[in-house]
Write a protein that binds this ligand. Structure first.
Ligand code: GAL
Length: 466
């Protein structure tokens, strides 16, 4: 016989059959309401994205040209030299890939990746019908007829002079190895600066931050490393501020340096370096948000994660606040941009000068959390897409007047002759559904797709090219 416990304490929700029902009804309605809310916000976000694409396409039919998918069909040449019958029988350890060919200075298809001077883009000679065409990978000459030296670079649009300034590593020196197992290197020469009104014709403004020739203890001593310089303008101080990766030849210092100038064309005064937030800092970039707050983003913890934190008001230092993002993902070469309140970032994997697969990331807040969306590359062929068109991200330039359209700036490194590395500039478009649905979003893509389209030859929509 069951004895009822008269003294049983009432539960927090005294319930008989009827009230239990009403509690669960309330809970389920709440869940239903939340689901509906989530569904509604996803659908409206999706509609917003497609409305935006329609708007962009109707306003700029020329963007469609940039979104054409261009295929590449490159045949890998047969192995050089006669193989012995025994060798011929043996299965090769690893199939030769296009990346192997790319890294082989003696490859028969070297000209595909590094076309020679005969095909150089020469804005002075190519005026007229040939004007404004970008040919990713070709030598690009400045207005004096010299190859542009602005590797690992970044772009500043100077509102005051309505001029673009392209800053980058001036690497026109011999490539050598300081250590047997170390990365190929070129002595620091300085930061090159080029100016342009049309993003195609570039005037050499000289070396705006120069190497130190004699003082071996100086960060900029030629035996050290200066990479990925980026410049932003500070409205509060009226100064142009440059941030860059500073290292020793062995990449053990892992620091970030700052320089400042009254003019975009320098000369920049070097202020010193630091390990930001007490951490290692290798590949890096800076990003200035619409509200004037600027951020430093850098690869840290042996390049296993990125760190992000705001700069001080004068942009000369970091504030103590920092967030770890893309933890354990081993990403570098960050390039950030913002579209319709969402932050986007393109990164590369960590394989030194060798190309690898780019990834696009997105975040609602710049301090994170950041989500990884996938490979943004479209066209070429599978190897092109898996090797970011044989290049590595460095910067993303917004195209004025075409919301959601950008130039993706990347470096096609030439590890055998770093000064002869090439530029791969391609159209980057935000829009369209993401290719992979994410968790917790009911199958709807949370972010619009970021696409980088391969083109052997392309130019900006004509409205911009003057
Ligand atoms: C890359 C990096 C470059 C340079 C190179 C040296 O991973 O993105 O900026 O540091 O390594 O090997």
């Amino acid at each position: 016989m069951r004895v009822r416990n008269k003294y049983r304490k009432p539960t927090a929700f005294p319930c008989n059959v009827g009230s239990r029902c009403s509690i669960s009804a309330v809970v389920w309605s709440l869940v239903g309401f939340l689901l509906l809310l989530q569904f509604y916000s996803l659908v409206s976000r999706r509609n917003e994205v497609s409305r935006d694409i329609t708007l962009r396409m109707s306003r700029h039919p020329l963007v469609r040209e940039l979104e054409q998918v261009e295929e590449e069909n490159i045949q890998i040449p047969p192995p050089r030299g006669k193989r012995s019958p025994r060798a011929a029988k043996r299965r090769p350890k690893r199939t030769t890939t296009l990346v192997d060919e790319f890294l082989d200075e003696n490859s028969q298809i070297r000209h595909v990746f590094f076309p020679d001077m005969k095909t150089a883009i020469n804005p002075l000679k190519d005026a007229g019908n040939g004007s404004y065409y970008y040919y990713p990978g070709r030598i690009w000459l400045d207005t004096e007829g010299n190859p542009i030296q602005a590797h690992g670079g970044g772009m500043l649009y100077d509102e005051r002079s309505s001029t673009y300034y392209w800053y980058g590593e001036y690497k026109d020196g011999p490539t050598y190895h300081a250590y047997k197992k170390g990365a190929a290197r070129v002595d620091i020469i300085g930061v090159g600066c080029y100016s342009s009104k049309d993003l195609w014709t570039w005037k050499n403004e000289g070396i705006v931050l120069t190497a130190e020739e004699t003082n071996e203890t100086h960060d900029l001593h030629k035996s050290n490393v200066l990479e990925r310089p980026k410049v932003i303008y500070n409205e509060n101080t009226g100064k142009y501020v440059m941030w860059m990766h500073i290292d020793d030849a062995n990449y053990t210092k892992a620091a970030v340096g700052v320089a400042v100038s009254d003019y975009p064309t320098g000369p920049f005064d070097y202020l010193g370096s630091q390990n930001p937030h007490g951490c290692e800092s290798r590949d890096m970039t800076i990003f200035k948000d619409d509200d004037g707050v600027a951020y430093l983003v850098y690869s840290s913890e042996d390049n296993s994660e990125l760190h992000i934190g705001p700069l001080t008001k004068d942009y000369l230092d970091v504030k103590p606040e920092m967030r770890r993002i893309l933890v354990g993902q081993h990403r570098e070469a960050p390039a950030l941009f913002k579209y319709r309140g969402t932050y986007y970032m393109i990164t590369s994997g960590c394989t030194g000068w060798a190309p690898n697969e780019a990834l696009a990331h997105a975040a609602d807040s710049i301090m994170g959390p950041w989500e990884t969306m996938g490979n943004p590359c479209i066209g070429g062929n599978k190897m092109f897409r898996l090797a970011t068109f044989f290049a590595q991200s460095t910067f993303v330039v917004p195209l004025p007047g075409i919301p959601g359209s950008y130039i993706f700036m990347a470096d096609r490194w030439n590890p055998a002759d770093l000064g002869n590395s090439r530029y791969v500039w391609l159209p980057l478009i935000v829009g369209g559904p993401a290719d992979r649905p994410f968790e917790f979003n009911f199958g709807f893509p949370l972010w619009p797709r970021v696409s980088i389209y391969w083109h052997r030859k392309w130019r900006l929509p004509s409205a911009l090219s003057v």
